[in-house]
Structure formats: C-alpha cells, structure tokens
Design a protein around this ligand. Structure first.
Ligand code: PLP
Length: 433
C-alpha cells in the first residue's frame, strides 16, 4: 500500500514536474524523519485556531459585518469588529487593521512616525533593521525620520543575539522608542523568540521604564502561542499579505498595542485630528476576517514546509538557518547557496512549481527600498504575497535564499524539490551529503 501510494506521487512529480528519482527518494526519507516535529506544529496551530475563534465569538462577528463601507467609511461596524478581534487575539488594548496600509513597511512606518517627535531617539535593539526601513529611518530628503530631526541608534547583535550591554550603553534620556525585529530579515541570524523578546523588554524597561517597546512582527504571527504584546511590547505591527492574512486578505497591514499609541498611528494614517473612525473598508472586511480565520492553519502549513526545507537543503549540503529541529519564531528559512547563478537557478525552480505564472522565469531586478538587485520567485495569487510559497534574496554575499510561506505543505515540498532539481540541472548540486 505504502509503496503504491508513494509511487503515484512520485510518478506525477517525475512526469509533470521533472523531479528526479534521487531527489524524490531523499524527500521521502526527510518526510519520515520530520514527522514528530510536524505534529508539534499542528498542536500550536490548533491552539491558535481556537484563540482566533474565541475572539470572533466574543466580538459577536456577524454576517452583516462582512459587508463594506465606502467614502469616508464612517460607521463601518465590520471594520470596527475586525479591529476588536485583532486586539483580542494579540491581547492588545486597540488595533488598526486597514487595507489602506499598503505593506509591512508602511505599518511599521506608521508606528515610527505616529509616536516619535523631533528630538526623540529611536534605538534598534536587534541590529540593522529590515532593508526597506533604512530609507524610512535615514533617507535623504524623502521625509525620513532623519529629515524630521529624529535620531537613530543601533545596538548590533552579538553572536546573533541582542547584546544587552550595548543596548544599555545606547539608551539615554532622549531614547523614546526601541525597535525589536522578531524575524531575521535578509540576514542569517535566527528569529528572536517570544521568550527572548520578553526578557529583552523587561531589561529595557528596567533601564528606562517609559521607553516604548515596538516589535516588527512580520512573519512571526501564530508561529508561537504568545504574541509580543503579551510579553510587554507596547506596540506591534505587520503585513496582511504575510501570516495574519492567511493567504486570503488581498492587501493591508495592522498595528496593535496601547490605545493611546494606536490612536497616534491612526492620526498618522489619516490626518491629525481624524482618528480611527474613518477609512473605508471597500472590499476588505470579508477577506480580512476570513484570512485571520485561516491564518493559524496556513502558518502551520508554512512551518511544516519550513522544517522540510531546512532538512532537504541540509541533506544536499547547504548551510541552513534555522536547522530543521531548532525552535522557530518566524516562518523563514535561509539557505546559503554560495553564488549568484545558484541563487537565480533555485528561485527559477520555486517559480516553476507555483500555481500562477509557473511558466515565467524570475529575473533579478532593482526594487524600491533595497540597495542591490533582488530576485523574487513566487507565482502567488496575491502580488508579492509571501505567506504563499516564495523564495527571494538580495544579489549580494553570501548569496543566501530566503524561503517562506506555502498555503499547503504539499506545494512547499514540490517547490523545494523543483528548486533542487533546477540546481542539479545547472550543475550547482556539488557536495551532496
Ligand atoms: C517583510 C518584512 C518587512 C516589510 O514588509 P513589506 O510588506 O515587504 O513592506 C519588514 N520587516 C520584516 C522583518 C519583514 O519580514
């Protein structure tokens, strides 16, 4: 039975996707090896699923909330209920969940500009922030924090972890906000776990109790059973085309945190004096709610895929982070491919296994907010969605590919096999273990 079952899967993988028997055989062994880890992931997903359902029930989410408002968007009870649900799920006082927030970078920007004032200092406690934030913080003459007289300091990581001594040294009476980036970004450091965030925030508040601790939660939602606000963060933000949109929300971002801070972010999103009460949901309420409902399950599928990805890439001799059996706090896996052609070749393989645009070849190109060319493979239903299986990386040393997402585990498996197949065919699978 077992053999027939695999035979059929392998047959279609070979016939329709050109996956070689050698890769299929290793994939089968890896699938068996990681089974116990996948069970743990399913338990976390189930817990988070109930958390979301409980919040929906408590907020009396109703059929009429799924319709949308237009124009100013006043009296949009659907939008208000969804924000109440987000606040509940993230254990926050208030939330802003809007399709007008165009990306994760935009959501984070709202938090920085909403809260910081000229003369204040921002300290990054987790080293250099995500690429697209560099322009936001210190761009020239583009309305950056720097342009508005807001200073920036950075405490570099030490052995890939927050350096408490460096953080203490860089906090002074002007330090108003500390930025903590949970996910790795385009770097080889692991995600900062919720336990580590808890310890970090406790330490920061012990030095200066009124510092606002802000967490960039992109790629982190529902990976663990707790979220940053629960461990002391004052404000937290992310993208709806990553984890919490569940692959269903068509666009948007969210901010959750202390009521007063979320209000400041709303002033920044719309206008000072206008607050959360305006902003039309247009076509977003149904899909934002449904996406949140799907999110714990989808994040679980992406995580199963991530564990498989780490083990497969390692089996073929690539350095990976995190390793398949290490604790995760984001959905990203980094694999060092070592050269430009290998990076491009692997991404082409991922693209060829996607549901949309599988016939298209991704090419490296300049992207707004990045300082070098970036290659992005996706083939997603929603443009740029990275809760859907995607692989990308900046064309710079050490030519690492960052792989994340996957609405279902089977697709991730195929994508990784196809990526490896593409490497094999371009002669880049040299030191196979
Ligand atoms: C993706 C990401 C961002 C930026 O989000 P965009 O939606 O791409 O603008 C910021 N921080 C981290 C850690 C991210 O992963």
């Amino acid at each position: 039975m077992e053999t027939d079952f695999y035979y059929n899967i392998n047959n279609i993988a070979l016939k329709d996707f050109g996956i070689s028997p050698e890769i299929l055989k290793i994939s089968e062994a890896v699938s068996e090896e990681i089974a116990p880890i996948l069970r743990d992931i399913e338990q976390i997903a189930e817990y988070n699923q109930l958390k979301v359902l409980a919040a929906m029930k408590r907020a009396y989410l109703s059929e009429y909330h799924l319709y949308d408002s237009t124009g100013y968007g006043y009296n949009d009870t659907g939008r208000e209920t969804i924000e109440e649900i987000y606040a509940e799920v993230f254990k926050a006082e208030d939330a802003l969940v809007r399709p007008q927030i165009v990306s994760g970078t935009h959501a984070i920007t709202l938090c920085l500009f909403g809260v910081l004032r000229p003369g204040d200092e921002l300290l990054s406690a987790t080293g250099t922030p995500y690429d697209t934030l560099l322009g936001v913080i210190s761009g020239d003459n583009c309305g950056s924090l720097k342009d508005f007289g807001i200073k920036y300091k950075e405490a570099s990581l030490k052995n890939h972890k927050p350096d408490f001594n460096a953080i203490k040294e860089k906090i002074n009476e002007k330090t108003r906000m500390v930025l903590i980036q949970r996910s790795r970004g385009y770097s080889l450091r692991p995600a900062i776990s919720i336990d580590e965030i808890e310890e970090l925030i406790r330490f920061i508040k012990s030095i200066k109790h009124d510092i606002i601790c802000f967490v960039d939660n992109c790629y982190g939602e529902f990976v663990e059973v707790r979220e940053p606000i629960e461990v002391g963060a004052d404000l937290c933000a992310g993208s709806l085309i990553k984890n919490p949109g569940g692959g269903i929300a068509l666009a948007g971002g969210y901010v959750v945190g202390k009521r007063e801070l979320v209000k400041q972010c709303a002033y920044r999103l719309t206008a000072p004096g206008l607050d959360k009460s305006c902003g039309p949901s247009m076509f977003s309420n149904r899909l934002t709610a449904q996406g949140l409902f799907y999110s714990p399950k989808v994040v679980g599928e992406a995580l199963k895929g991530a564990v498989y990805t780490s083990r497969m890439m390692e089996k073929f001799g690539f350095e990976v982070s995190p390793k398949f059996n290490e604790k995760r706090s984001d959905i990203v896996t980094a694999a060092v491919l070592g050269d430009k052609d290998a990076l491009i070749s692997f991404c082409k393989g991922i693209q060829a296994a996607g549901p949309v645009d599988a016939h298209v070849q991704p090419e490296p190109s300049a992207m707004p907010g990045y300082d070098c060319k970036v290659i992005m493979a996706g083939g997603s239903f929603i443009q740029g969605s990275s809760i859907e299986l995607s692989a990308d990386g900046p064309l710079r040393e050490p030519y690492a590919v960052y792989i994340q997402g996957g609405l279902n585990f089977a697709h991730v498996k195929l994508g990784i096999m196809k990526g490896l197949q593409s490497l094999m065919e371009s002669g880049k699978l040299l030191n196979k273990k």
